[in-house]
Design a protein around this ligand. Structure first.
Ligand SMILES: [Mn+2]
Length: 415
């Protein structure tokens, strides 16, 4: 009985390697040495949770490993306290057993010396304010709560400091992201097997979702985008309701979330198994732009141009320059105006992970590289998106096992 409970508790809280949570809090305290950090975890919201289930705030999970609602966190260099509600037998009658903070095994797993009920946050924060006059927190709601407790204290934003930590993935996080990538690749391949004229976009979405859950992943990392023919030109199309015709392009931007970590993958394939000459021409330009962009990924590089230095070499510029120097639209114009979104974002616990884009890329960061060309007039929308790990001297494509070359895609579609 005890043994079973222990396993349950541990499976609840420990998807990252346990010591990492403690190390992250220590790194945050070191980054913000002039104040105390006070953060609030997500609370239960009945309507939202009914649809999607409870989901812990990503910053809070990153620092605590704690997934249950109603918790708070206090960090200063000399002490770290997790505030979490005690077990509630009435609630557990509905939810099953919840991780228990009076269980020292759970407490030790997360590296907390002190765990207290949430009502004591106020007095502990006041205690910290004997040593610090500044309170770091994240978000207007939390800032208001903290202000109510300590009206005289200076309130500062911890968002950037936490984002800088989250940008750089540990080897264990890179493994978790690779697993989410591998599952997403398998899902895309299953979708390709199924794609055919006469099928509906939602049937492709169904195949993708089944592949994630079947492999033990908890959910889609984001709402799947399955856009065929005229729908392929909308980068965030979410209707997934059209019947596909032979000769359509099928743009699939879909990926799994596994053990809390998101993947992000897009491929564009021809319904019926063969690109038209024009589709293949534009596809080749998007692929060339992606290769140019990936070649630009290395430590020290920037995703986008700086506001003060728009011409700064960047991954965005590498892709845009390629697109603008290859191909034409039906009016003889260059194609850059059809590349309407950013080339990259960081990926981690969130599919759009928080980032400080003033900081150049470093080894261990994971970003998307996703050029696209969308020409409504021609019903041509093509995006190719891969997950890329920044290495010591360049980049490793984590989703390289999913074909990108048009001939290989056509071959894979022939069942
Ligand atoms: Mn993306």
């Amino acid at each position: 009985m005890v043994r079973t409970w222990l396993l349950l508790a541990v499976s609840f809280v420990c998807t990252a390697a346990e010591p990492e949570f403690l190390a992250r809090r220590q790194a945050l305290a070191a980054a913000l040495p002039d104040g105390v950090v006070a953060l609030y975890g997500e609370v239960e919201r009945e309507n939202a949770d009914l649809r999607n289930g409870f989901h812990q705030d990503s910053d809070f999970y990153y620092l605590t490993g704690w997934k249950a609602p109603g918790a708070a966190l206090l960090i200063e260099p000399r002490r770290q306290i997790l505030f979490a509600p005690p077990r509630d037998p009435r609630r557990e009658r509905w939810t099953g057993l919840q991780p228990a903070l009076d269980n020292p095994d759970v407490r030790d797993a997360l590296g907390f010396g002190i765990v207290l009920p949430p009502a004591t946050l106020e007095s502990e924060l006041r205690e910290s304010l004997k040593r610090y006059s500044k309170i770091y927190t994240v978000g207007p709601e939390a800032a208001a709560k903290v202000k109510a407790i300590a009206p005289a204290a200076e309130i500062a934003n911890a968002e950037t400091a936490i984002a800088r930590l989250r940008m750089k993935k540990s080897p264990h996080e890179a493994e978790l992201l690779q697993h989410a990538a591998d599952v997403s690749i398998a899902a895309h391949l299953a979708a390709w097997k199924r794609a055919a004229p006469g099928l509906y976009e939602y049937q492709i979405a169904a195949t993708l979702l089944a592949a994630y859950l079947d492999r033990g992943c908890e959910r889609s990392a984001y709402a799947p985008i399955v856009g065929s023919g005229p729908n392929s030109v909308y980068p965030h199309y979410a209707g997934n309701s059209r019947r596909m015709d032979r000769g359509d392009l099928l743009l699939v931007d879909a990926a799994a979330e596994c053990a809390g970590y998101a993947a992000d993958v897009t491929r564009t394939v021809p319904v019926g198994g063969r690109f038209s000459a024009r589709q293949r021409e534009i596809y080749g330009i998007v692929l060339g732009a992606q290769q140019a962009a990936i070649a630009a990924v290395k430590p020290g590089a920037y995703i986008g141009g700086a506001p003060g230095a728009p011409g700064r070499p960047s991954i965005q510029k590498a892709a845009m320059d390629y697109i603008n120097s290859h191909g034409k639209d039906l009016h003889g114009d260059t194609l850059g105006k059809y590349f309407i979104h950013g080339i990259s974002h960081h990926i981690g616990l969130d599919v759009h992970d928080p980032a400080d884009n003033g900081v150049p890329l470093e080894e261990g960061m994971v970003i998307s590289v996703e050029p696209g060309i969308y020409i409504p007039e021609e019903n041509i929308g093509i995006r190719i998106e891969d997950m890329v790990l920044v290495t010591g001297d360049g980049a490793r494509v984590m989703t390289a096992a999913l074909p990108r070359d048009p001939a290989r895609i056509e071959k894979a579609l022939r069942k």
